[in-house]
Write a protein that binds this ligand. Structure first.
Ligand SMILES: [Zn+2]
Length: 340
């Protein structure tokens, strides 16, 4: 009798388990929660034509044929959450972007709306325009400050190379002071970029140019995105500079997104080099995982797999991987550690 009852209950439970997403990744015999700090969404019509063509070219055939609708689907919160579920990622942060000449615009207001679709799982990084600073600095700063007070906004996103401002531009003191005063970390794109119209000179891409600001604002936290990767030549680029800055400054954090993708690092050798260098320098407690997805369907899951493989290859312990995949996110952004 008991057996006869258990079978349908088991079937029911297993049936449910199959449908519900399974969160976390296995690492060293443990199941670890995963937070992806680097996700994009936005309105396709705010992306410049040259970048739309570039994005469309990156979707595998036959998706390339319907790139426009596919990109749109993966660019809203629902699409992002679907990709996170597929990857087993429990939480993620969406980036506002103001780079109208390169990657396009995803407004603070749009990100705020998307975060509200699932405030338990989605966070936001606010941004601002930097390209007319001599005229609109006050308005831009006020807009960003108001955004940072909205629910779920945990940091500030910048990309000097995409926004056409130098990393050592001395005009942004008020921005760094705002970051320090609000305790909201600043995420910076570092390294070259494959997007059309990017400013590729060293002053825009090499994090060494940013050191004076890191040194001058010890109370502001800075996250060096992409580890200074050279996306044009698919080489490690300014990896050593990023790792050295993290070793020398407590307020420097490292984010290894995008560089290890199948397109940018086909063999996975560069991502392995990056994770090895961070371990070697003793800065694992300031590495924050991100993918730079969703990009194309399955990318978020694949990037996580490649990153786990790189950490395994570099000899990370389960506790070190746990720090990278979720705990360091909680530490830098001052939020509760993610559940499984
Ligand atoms: Zn990005």
């Amino acid at each position: 009798m008991v057996e006869r009852m258990i079978t349908p209950i088991l079937t029911l439970l297993l049936g449910c388990a199959e449908e519900a997403p399974v969160y976390g990744v296995s690492f060293g015999g443990e199941r670890l929660p995963v937070v992806d700090m680097h996700l994009h969404q936005g309105e396709w019509n705010l992306i410049p034509e040259s970048t739309r063509r570039f994005l469309a070219s990156r979707f595998p055939a036959p998706l390339g044929l319907i790139a426009e609708s596919t990109a749109e689907g993966s660019l809203n919160a629902e699409g992002v959450l679907e990709q996170l579920d597929e990857a087993g990622v429990i939480q993620g942060a969406l980036f506002a972007v103001y780079a109208p000449r390169t990657v396009g615009v995803a407004t603070n207001e749009y990100v705020a709306e998307q975060v509200l679709q699932d405030p338990e799982r989605l966070f936001g990084l606010g941004s601002l325009r930097l390209d007319d600073w001599n005229n609109d600095a006050e308005a831009q700063l006020a807009g960003l400050a108001a955004t940072l007070e909205k629910p779920g906004f945990i940091g500030i996103k910048l990309a000097h190379a995409h926004q056409h401002v130098r990393l050592d531009d001395p005009r942004f003191d008020a921005l760094w002071s705002l970051a320090a005063a609000t305790g909201k970390p600043v995420y910076l794109h570092t390294g070259s970029s494959p997007f059309p119209n990017t400013a590729q000179d060293a002053a825009y891409t090499d994090p060494a140019y940013f050191e004076p600001i890191i040194a001058a604002y010890p109370d502001a936290q800075f996250i060096l995105g992409h580890l200074g990767y050279d996306f044009i030549n698919k080489e490690v680029g300014a990896l050593d500079t990023c790792v050295e800055l993290a070793a020398r400054y407590e307020n420097v954090w490292l984010e290894p997104s995008a560089l290890g993708s199948a397109g940018s690092d086909p063999t996975g050798a560069n991502l392995l080099t990056a994770y090895s260098a961070m371990k070697g320098a003793g800065v694992i407690d300031r590495v924050v995982y991100g993918s730079d997805g969703p990009q194309s369907p399955g990318f978020v899951a694949e990037y996580l797999e490649r990153s786990v493989a790189a950490m395994e290859g570099a000899g990370y312990t389960a506790e070190e991987a746990r720090a990278v995949l979720s705990l360091n996110f909680a530490a830098v952004f001052g939020v509760e550690p993610a559940p499984l």
